[in-house]
Design a protein around this ligand. Structure first.
Ligand SMILES: *Cc1c(COP(=O)(O)O)cnc(C)c1O
Length: 492
C-alpha cells in the first residue's frame, strides 16, 4: 500500500489552524508591523499555504522521495548519463560551513580558499584533458558545447575567416547539433560506418574551408573508441577547422589517454557524470571547458588566476567572449568534482576508467546472449544492445523491456538513443557496481525476454505511475497543482 501522505498533494492534507510549531507568547515589547514595514509592502491576506503538522510534512516529503529511483536505491545503468554512485564524502565536504556560507559578493581577500580550490581544479582539468586553458563557468555539458563554439566563432572572426558550418556524426548527442545552431552555425551531419565509426568518405566529401568545427564524441555513444580520431583531426586541421571533443564519455579514458593528445582543440567535462556529482533529480551539473593555448584568450570571464600565491578573478581579458554564467559557475558541483579527483589521485582515476570498461565488457558478454549487440565484441564504458529481433518475433519493444525492469528494481537503461540503432538499449553499468549486481541485472533481463508480450506492454505494475503519455507530458506539462487536477493513477 502506498502511503497517502506521499501521493496526495500537501494542500489536500491542509486543515485550518494546524501548525508545525507554536511559539510561546512574546515576553518583550512588541512593535507594530506598520512601524517596521511600509504598508504598501504588506500583503492584505495571508499566503495560501497548506496548514499541516510537522510529522505530516516530514512523512509527505520522506515518502515522496521513495517514489523515485536513484543511485542510492537502485542500479541505474543509464547509458551516456554515467549514473555512478555519488560518494557521501564529497557531499560532506561540499556542505562544510566554510564553503556553503560563502557569498559571491564577498571581497576576494576573504575567499582565497575557494579561489584556490577553483584554480587547482582548473589545473587538474587541464592535466586530465591535455588542454591548458580552462573555464569553469558553463553550467552544464550542453552549455560547455555552446560556450566552446562561441570561443571558436570569436577565433575565426578575429582571423577574418568566414566559417559557417559545424559537423557532427549521426550518433552524436542531440545537444551537439543544437549547440551548433544556438552558436549561429549550420549543423551538418556525418554518417557512421557499419562498424559505428565516423564514415571517412562522408567526412571528406563534406569538409571544406567553411567548416569551423568537427564535434566528435570519443569513445562515441555506441561505446566504442574511434581509432581514426588522429587521422580525423589531421584532416580537419588541414582545412583550418577545429576539433571539439564531447567529453561526456571521459569515464572510459580518464588517465589512459587525453583528448589534447589525440588532436582535440576544445572539450567539455561533465563533472556530474565523470566526477560523480549527483545529477538528474539530484542536483545541477556543470560543463567546464578546456581549450588549447591559442583559444584560451577567448574564454569567458572571469578566469581564476594566481599571482605570488594570491588568487583572483580576472575580468580584464579583452578578447574574451564575455560572461556566460552569473558569478563563478555552479560551484557546488565543482567542489564535489575537486574532492572526487583529489581523493582518487592520478592512479585512482585511471583505475576508475579501467574498472568502468571492465564492468561494461563483463555485462556486454552476458547481455549479448540475450539481446544482440551490433557494434562489436568489446566496448569501452557502455554498449548498445538492440531489441529489433524481439520486436519482429514477439512484438516486444525496447520501451517494454525498460519499463519492465522497473518492476524488478532496476532503473531502465537509456532507450532509443543513439538514433542510429533501432530499438536500442544503451547500457552503462559504471565502475561502482559489483559483479553480483551485474549478474542480477543480466538474469533479470533474460527473464523479461521470456515473459508474454501482453504483460510487458502493460508494465510497470509496481510504480506509482505506469505509462504516462510522455509526448503530452513534454509538450503540455502541467506544473501547477489545482484542486480539480485528476489524481487518477494513469494520468500524471
Ligand atoms: C550528457 C551528455 C551531453 C550533455 O550534457 P549535459 O550536462 O546533460 O548538458 C552531451 N553529450 C553527451 C554524449 C552526453 O552524454
Amino acid at each position: 500500500m502506498r502511503n497517502r501522505l506521499a501521493t496526495q498533494p500537501l494542500f489536500d492534507l491542509s486543515k485550518p489552524g494546524r501548525r508545525g510549531a507554536r511559539l510561546p507568547k512574546c515576553d518583550v515589547p512588541v512593535q507594530e508591523l506598520e512601524q517596521l514595514l511600509p504598508a504598501w509592502t504588506q500583503a492584505t491576506e495571508p499566503p495560501s499555504l497548506p496548514e499541516v503538522t510537522e510529522p505530516e510534512v516530514i512523512r509527505h516529503f520522506t515518502n515522496l522521495s521513495t517514489l523515485n529511483m536513484s543511485v542510492d536505491t537502485h542500479f541505474y545503468p543509464l547509458g551516456s548519463c554515467t549514473m555512478k554512485y555519488n560518494p557521501k564524502r564529497n557531499e560532506r565536504l561540499a556542505g562544510t560551513h566554510g564553503i556553503v556560507d560563502l557569498h559571491p559578493y564577498q571581497p576576494e581577500d576573504t575567499i582565497q580558499g575557494m579561489l584556490q580550490l577553483l584554480y587547482e581544479l582548473q589545473e587538474m582539468l587541464a592535466e586530465i584533458s591535455g588542454l591548458p586553458a580552462v573555464s569553469l563557468q558553463p553550467a552544464a555539458g550542453a552549455h560547455g558545447e555552446l560556450t566552446a563554439l562561441m570561443v571558436a566563432g570569436a577565433h575565426f572572426r578575429e582571423s577574418g575567416e568566414i566559417r559557417t558550418k559545424v559537423l557532427a556524426p549521426d550518433s552524436s548527442h542531440g545537444t551537439n547539433p543544437a549547440s551548433a545552431r544556438m552558436a549561429g552555425f549550420e549543423s551538418v551531419m556525418i554518417k557512421s560506418s557499419d562498424a559505428g565509426f565516423v564514415d571517412m568518405d562522408d567526412l571528406r566529401s563534406k569538409l571544406d574551408e567553411q567548416v569551423a568545427v568537427f564535434m566528435i564524441t570519443n569513445p562515441n555513444t555506441l561505446g566504442i573508441f574511434d581509432r581514426q580520431v588522429s587521422e580525423i583531426s589531421d584532416l580537419v586541421h588541414k582545412f583550418g577547422g577545429l576539433i571539439y571533443l564531447d567529453g561526456a564519455n571521459m569515464n572510459a579514458i580518464l588517465g589512459v589517454t587525453r583528448p589534447g593528445d589525440f588532436g582535440a582543440d576544445m572539450m567539455h567535462f561533465n563533472p556530474h557524470k565523470t566526477f560523480s556529482g549527483p545529477h538528474g533529480g539530484g542536483g545541477p551539473g556543470a560543463g567546464p571547458i578546456c581549450v588549447n593555448e591559442a583559444l584560451g584568450a577567448y574564454l569567458p570571464v572571469p578566469v581564476v588566476v594566481e599571482e605570488d600565491g594570491r588568487f583572483r578573478l580576472e575580468y580584464e581579458r579583452p578578447r574574451s567572449i564575455g560572461r556566460v554564467r552569473s558569478f563563478f559557475g555552479n560551484v557546488g558541483v565543482l567542489v564535489r568534482a575537486y574532492c572526487y579527483i583529489l581523493s582518487h589521485g592520478p592512479d585512482g582515476l585511471r583505475r576508475v576508467a579501467e574498472n568502468a570498461v571492465l564492468n561494461a565488457n563483463y555485462l556486454l558478454s552476458r547481455v549479448r546472449h540475450i539481446l544482440p549487440v551490433p557494434h562489436g565484441q568489446r566496448c569501452m564504458h557502455e554498449f548498445v544492445a538492440t531489441a529489433s529481433d524481439l520486436k519482429k518475433k514477439a512484438g516486444v519493444t525496447a520501451m517494454d523491456l525498460g519499463k519492465r525492469l522497473l518492476d524488478y528494481g532496476f532503473h531502465a537503461p537509456t532507450v532509443y538513443f543513439p538514433l542510429t540503432v533501432p530499438e536500442c538499449l544503451m547500457i552503462e553499468p559504471t565502475e561502482t557496481e559489483s559483479k553480483e549486481t551485474l549478474d542480477a541485472f543480466a538474469e533479470t533481463l533474460f527473464r523479461i525476454t521470456e515473459e508474454p508480450a501482453d504483460l510487458l506492454h502493460e508494465t510497470p505494475h509496481s510504480t506509482y505511475t505506469s505509462r504516462p503519455d510522455e509526448v503530452t507530458a513534454a509538450r503540455k506539462p502541467q506544473l501547477k497543482w489545482s484542486p480539480t487536477s485528476d489524481s487518477d493513477k494513469t494520468n500524471h
